[in-house]
Design a protein around this ligand. Structure first.
Ligand SMILES: NC(=O)c1ccc[n+]([C@@H]2O[C@H](COP(=O)([O-])OP(=O)(O)OC[C@H]3O[C@@H](n4cnc5c(N)ncnc54)[C@H](OP(=O)(O)O)[C@@H]3O)[C@@H](O)[C@H]2O)c1
Length: 292
């Protein structure tokens, strides 16, 4: 793949958070970095290209532009993503589609467009930013988790198919990272005028915990440093998990504890109520106004 300073890197979603920190670090380390945003914005450190991963033409145009200018893309980092949060029962199908359109189909689109370029050049590296939520189904983030599980399965299969062409696939599964991801999250009941839901109290409690965990999470630069290390590594693993030790331990517990025991840890952390005959919320619909 040539020496590092000549490597061309495309990072989707580089306007903030993990994508921006990674683009900045790689460009400081001599890589030729192209970052993307849906907005027409500039960066002092790397070139920004407009791309909306939900729009096929936009994905195509952005990648064509880079390939025309550089003649190649050595490294693709699929980072663009959003979180949809809400009770599964209450989530509109359009909201589910939107979640998958960005977090999963978006990854498929960039891979399909960049792979022929990498194959022709004799190899490349694709790093897909999944999440620990892609290994653990999180309450009230069911579709976010599902979209990241999809990225996991897709990446495992893709790796097996493209290794014959010298293309390596890596998954990065960050734990809680303090970024604008939290404020950008689509919280379904916040976006509706008035609805009825039996999940209100538990949803409200859990989302507060989720937000607090993220806001006190590690800085995006930790993930950026891990990505730089992965790119430079001669003996790459398939999966990396930058995050606090306590979060990585949950993942280990999932593998080794009986499922019921492990899920009790999640239930207790996220304060999800267990079934109780006294718990009217489990049986009756409660209504609420806009703010949750
Ligand atoms: N923060 C965490 O705790 C955490 C944990 C695990 C995994 N992750 C994953 O890490 C990735 C980056 O998240 P982050 O924490 O850095 O959040 P962030 O600061 O909100 O960044 C998200 C990026 O995605 C871009 N984006 C959103 N919708 C897009 C679309 N339709 N087309 C193209 N780009 C789009 C945004 O760009 P524009 O809005 O400028 O277009 C932005 O640059 C995501 O895949 C997320 O799921 C985050």
């Amino acid at each position: 793949m040539g020496n590092d300073s000549q490597k061309v890197v495309l990072i989707t979603g580089a306007s903030s958070g993990i994508g921006k920190a990674t683009a900045k670090l790689l460009s400081k380390n001599g890589y030729r970095v192209y970052g993307t945003s849906r907005k027409d914005i500039k960066s002092d450190f790397f070139e920004m290209v407009q791309m909306d991963v939900t729009d096929d033409t936009s994905v195509s145009n952005a990648i064509d532009y880079i390939v025309k200018k550089e003649g190649k893309i050595d490294i693709l980092i699929n980072n663009a993503g959003v979180g949809v949060a809400g009770p599964i029962e209450d989530t509109y199908i359009d909201e589910v589609r939107h979640q998958f359109e960005i977090n999963f189909i978006g990854v498929v689109k960039t891979c399909q467009k960049v792979l022929p370029v990498m194959r022709e050049k004799g190899g490349g590296l694709i790093i897909n930013i999944a999440s620990m939520a892609g290994q653990i189904g999180l309450p009230f983030q069911g579709f976010y988790s599902a979209s990241k599980f999809a990225v996991e399965g897709f990446s495992e299969a893709l790796r097996l198919e493209v290794m014959q062409f010298g293309v390596d696939i890596v998954i990065v599964e960050p734990g809680d990272i303090a970024t604008p991801f939290t404020s950008n999250r689509w919280i379904i009941h916040r976006h509706r005028k008035k609805e009825k839901t039996p999940y209100l109290n538990s949803f409200r409690k859990t989302i507060e915990i989720i937000e607090k965990d993220e806001e006190s999470g590690l800085p995006a630069e930790v993930v950026a440093k891990k990505i730089l290390k992965i790119i430079r590594s001669k003996h790459r693993r398939f999966r990396y998990m930058p995050g606090s030790l306590s979060q990585r331990i949950v993942f280990i517990l999932k593998r080794f504890l009986p499922y019921k025991l492990y899920s009790n840890i999640l239930i207790s952390h996220y304060k999800v109520p267990k079934f109780s005959k006294k718990n009217k919320e489990n049986r009756y619909i409660t209504s609420f106004k806009l703010s949750i």
